[in-house]
Design a binder for this molecule. Sequence first.
Ligand code: FES
Ligand code: CO
Length: 330
Amino acid sequence: MNHSHPQLDPVLASDWIVAARAVDVAEKPLGVTLLGRRLVLFRTAEGVHAFSDLCVHRGAALSLGCIRDGRLVCPYHEWEYGADGACVKIPQLPAGQAIPLKAKAETFPCEERYGLVWVNLDGSRPSLPPYPEFDAGSGFRNVVWGPQEVAANPPRIVENFLDVGHLAFIHQGYLGVPDHAEIGDYRMLEDEDGPYSEEIAVFQPDPDGSGQAKHVYYTYKILRPLVVRFTKRDRENGNLMSIMLAVRPVAEGKSVAYGVLSFNYDTGTTDEEIVEFQDMIFAQDKPIVENQKPENLPLDLQAELSLRCDRVSIAYRQYLKKLGVALGTA
Ligand code: FES
Ligand code: CO
């Protein structure tokens, strides 16, 4: 029997990986695949939990079961598992017989933060990536975006999000215009949270919905191998918009993207309209990302030709190389 998990990258297993939107982990257990592993997410009064989606009795998928009195109930013979994974009820056992100690589900650290549910596969519980826009009192309105399935490995998706040079073409009319494709020079810096760019001037046709074209200033930051962010600043009015992108590796060549969009100003649009706009932008990126070659991001910086404006991408590749991320890299 094969117990190996070929997609289980140890660096990513030691991190928090986005598993779902928090609103999707509700009364019903939710099955998700993360780094090739099938998990079940569920919610009790204490919060969210992640187990292997596997009942130790006869291997039924616990995600087909239900939650009863704060316990995860297997659909097949209704064994009941407590939040710590221990089986607390076996209906078939005659009275007085003890529940076998081995009747336990495999559990993983699971946290709800930023409107998303995060899972840490190796139990090391690192800190969650910082995203202060979501904190109470930040003055930002936050909108959760996703899930969006992509037929690509995560690093290509993340690098696309960090790529400033494509805005004028792939998103022309929205995030840039071809006649103003030049990217102002900038440097990469680093603090304790990770590498980040200085402000990068990007010419946009209508950055604030007023119809006035102008330069806005992007700052990109790499927080984790699969969690990055940018802030777009309008120097004239102080408007800030941030997006945190988090990508879930499902299996080889398959990922799911999530995001949090944050605004310190009134966008004049509903949450649904904000999500719709982001879906439209993402749909423009998707065919590019799904067809890039090689599928895996080359970490050898000589393998692809880079410009000075690609410094964020280069920093991302160096970051992945330093951490030793294997999934989706070459
Ligand atoms: Fe889960 Fe039997 S397979 S209770
Ligand atoms: Co794009």
